[in-house]
Design a protein around this ligand. Structure first.
Ligand code: AOF
Ligand code: ZN
Length: 462
């Protein structure tokens, strides 16, 4: 067996709960094929395929269908969940629907409104408990009752306090039989962002990095283009579509001048969040130049920004050799004025590009001080940013990790070696002294992209 064959075979050892791999194009299942055929089953042959496939469908199979439908809304429903719905009558799927975009009809209403046949007496499968509140759209429980659905199969309960078990209660009180917990773990995982945001009111932070087999994200000279291959990088574009925000540090901006946009076909750009405590971002950087077209937030600290301007302008700095105190204090005063003027000019120029400037306090970590990420994330949550892909350098990653703000890790590993003790690694900082105290990941999913691996998992305690 060649090495490559060996690698290709590894993903097949995974469990059903690891749905990450199911999202890859080459791993389509029968239910996925079915779902692609459902809306456009025009020919007799297609209908035949549908019916054959549907004859042996279990509640789990229908729920898998609902999950696949739900994923069609990926990147468009935030901060609402991805929900899919399947209506089954006399052993046949008579309608499907999904939550297509934020503010649009819910999955159940879409499926029932578009149902070509009378759904009275049908079974309905939905990955999230039907809602019972009037929000942007009317309660789903209303239409399920009105259309005389007989049985409802639910993937998992909704943790939105307006729903949280009440949806199921209402259905049961109208004589509808409700079964819950169908593929519960997959249903929870699909909407992990929604549940985290609903339960903690904090954005779900996913740390993504790409490293060589010897754990380096760049060479000693700082070269990082490219660690991973095309397939991995295409998947990162998909992640950028999936997450509402993307976060990077000023170090990355200065080193790589990235765009941090989503280049996936039909994708949606994430909100860019740059941690730049000293407000150093160059006005001619790609981020600043494209800010009128892609929402951008800069997190900074006022005093750090002023101090940096004072220190980086030596001609205006107070001259220590000056003996005359009056002269010295006059010089200091002009330095203060100059740094304040430069700071205000930067603020104005950035705001003129449509950039939101967020003032964030500092947090001490050992001898150094960094932006208080918890404070920043709370501020972002208030702006309805429910999820963030962290594409930080080692310092920002360490800061997020040690502040216990990271929920998921995507580690892309390329079969390359670059060596060098000064070559940067994905997570820096002081580190954890004892292996027994290492932060542990669960729900591990392993995928192969070309010659690279991606290992993803949830941080166990966050
Ligand atoms: C969805 N899509 O298919 C289902 C949802 O913002 P609203 O008024 O549309 O309501 C959103 C809430 O509805 C959401 O937090 C969740 O509790 C519930 N279910 N939401 O966006 C759906 N079924
Ligand atoms: Zn609803």
């Amino acid at each position: 067996m060649t090495t490559e064959n060996h690698i290709q075979q590894l993903p097949q050892t995974h469990t059903n709960t690891e749905n990450h791999i199911q999202q890859l194009p080459q791993t389509h299942t029968n239910t996925e094929n079915l779902i692609q055929q459902l809306p456009q089953a025009h020919t007799a042959a297609e209908s035949h395929i549908q019916q054959t496939a549907q004859n042996h469908m279990t509640p789990q199979d229908y729920m898998r269908l609902a999950l696949q439908l739900a994923r069609k809304g990926e990147g468009r429903t935030s901060p609402n969940p991805m929900v899919g719905c399947v209506v089954v009558k006399d052993g046949k799927v008579i309608s499907t629907g999904y939550h297509e975009f934020y503010g649009g009809f819910h999955a159940e209403r879409n499926a029932l409104l578009r149902c070509p046949a009378d759904p009275a007496g049908a079974d309905l499968y939905v990955n999230l408990e039907p809602c019972c509140h009037q929000g942007k759209t009317p309660p789903c429980t209303d239409i399920i009752i009105e259309k005389k659905i007989r049985r409802v199969y639910v993937g998992c309960l909704d943790s939105n306090p307006k729903v949280a078990g009440k949806g199921i209660q209402i259905l049961r009180s109208h004589g509808i039989s409700v079964e819950t917990g169908i593929l519960e773990e997959e249903c929870r995982t699909l909407n992990e962002v929604f549940f985290h945001f609903m339960e903690h009111r904090m954005p779900f932070l996913a740390m993504k990095y790409a490293m060589t087999l010897d754990g380096k994200i760049a060479s000693e000279t700082g070269d990082s283009k490219w660690v991973t291959g095309e397939e991995s990088r295409a998947y990162v574009q998909r992640l950028r579509n999936r997450y509402r925000g993307i976060m990077a540090g000023i170090g990355t901006v200065l080193a790589d001048d990235p765009l941090l946009s989503c280049r996936m076909e039909g994708g949606r750009n994430p909100v860019r969040i740059i941690c730049d405590s000293r407000l150093r971002i160059p006005l001619d950087s790609q981020i600043v130049k494209t800010a009128p077209y892609q929402e951008t937030i800069l997190a900074y600290h006022r005093q750090e920004a002023l101090d940096w301007r004072r220190q980086s302008n030596p001609t205006a700095s107070p001259d220590a050799s000056l003996t005359d105190t009056a002269l010295a204090s006059e010089s200091q005063c002009s330095t203060e004025k100059a740094s304040l003027a430069s700071f205000h000019a930067a603020q104005k120029a950035l705001a003129a590009q449509g950039i939101t400037l967020l003032e964030v306090p500092l947090q001490r970590q050992g001898d150094s001080a960094q932006l208080d990420l918890r404070f920043l994330l709370q501020a972002l949550a208030e702006r309805h940013i429910d999820s963030i892909l962290l594409e930080g350098g080692g310092i920002l990653n360490a800061s997020a990790l040690t502040s216990h703000l990271v929920q998921r890790v995507y580690a892309f590993i390329a079969p390359k070696l670059i060596a060098g003790s000064a070559a940067k690694s994905p997570i820096e900082g002081a580190g954890i002294p004892k292996m027994s105290d290492a932060l542990k990941l669960g729900q591990i999913e392993t995928s192969v992209f070309g010659k690279d691996f991606c290992i993803s998992g949830r941080l166990c305690d966050n």
